[in-house]
Ligand binder design. Sequence first.
Ligand code: NAP
Length: 292
Amino acid sequence: MSANTSTRIGFIGLGIMGRSMAGHILTAGYRLNVYNRSRDKADELVARGATWCDTPGDVAAASDIVITMVGFPHDVEQIYLGENGIVARANRGAVLIDMTTSSPALAERIAAEADKKKCYAIDAPVSGGDVGARDAKLAIMVGGDPAAFEKALPVLQRMGTSIVLQGGAGAGQHTKMCNQIVIASTIMGVCEGLAYGKRAGLDLDTVLKSIGGGAASGFQLNVLGTRIIKGDFAPGFFIEHFIKDLGIALAEAHCMQLDLPGVSLARKLYEQLAAQGYGRNGTQALFKHYEK
Ligand code: NAP
């Protein structure tokens, strides 16, 4: 399906991920309305032709499709369901796409509120990290109405390469929890493997040349492992956001009476790091735990 670039797009949340994602939409020729809590993060996009709006509600009123990429579920709740928020000001038939990693139950609630306003809300969290956002190669996992998904698809294709409808409202967020559960134990394994290699006196660059091309390869080892070896603990993906995700996963698993010991341990280790002041570091800073 080709993109109809006369569609007006709104984008709220212009942090590490959102700024790159919104940039691709602008590059594709869409008219773009933007808002972010700290205005300076919109400067570059506004200089490239995006229109600044003063509130999330103003973005919604000026747009046919609204995309959000904020931090935490409470941010999502505030911008969607708050007074004069996105749902209150959305146009009839609009598609509202939350790409934040957030709670499945909240996604269902927003979809129900949007339905009352005769518009659609879909949840579409992503995987692929800061690199995937920059390269427009995100994996996008979607929950919601199939017709709204079809309407959103040309825009989502500007940001990602794997875009899959997983089911109804909330199914995108549940799928993202599967992703975070896999990552929780994987990043612990990466840090433990590299800590072991270091203690054994190996050259970690050389170690990565071998194990990064074998069965252990993947984003966590090849991208984050490389950052660990360079001593680069800048975010990428904030530890405080990962703690949020692990909390959502554990709460949902608890409701399903499912025990996830790997996730519980990862949350404990990351909470210890956050208490030591590393919450705004990237998740690869888990390596510091093993360096003690
Ligand atoms: P980030 O850099 O903190 O970006 C979030 C942006 O949203 C910030 O610029 C923030 O404003 C803005 N924001 C937060 N609450 C807002 C509100 N109520 N109204 C308006 N703007 C608001 O985080 P990020 O790394 O881009 O991550 C965004 C989301 O994607 C998170 O849920 C994260 O878990 C998820 N995610 C991240 C990655 C990754 O690798 N980074 C990968 C997949 C998914 P300020 O500038 O004022 O803080």
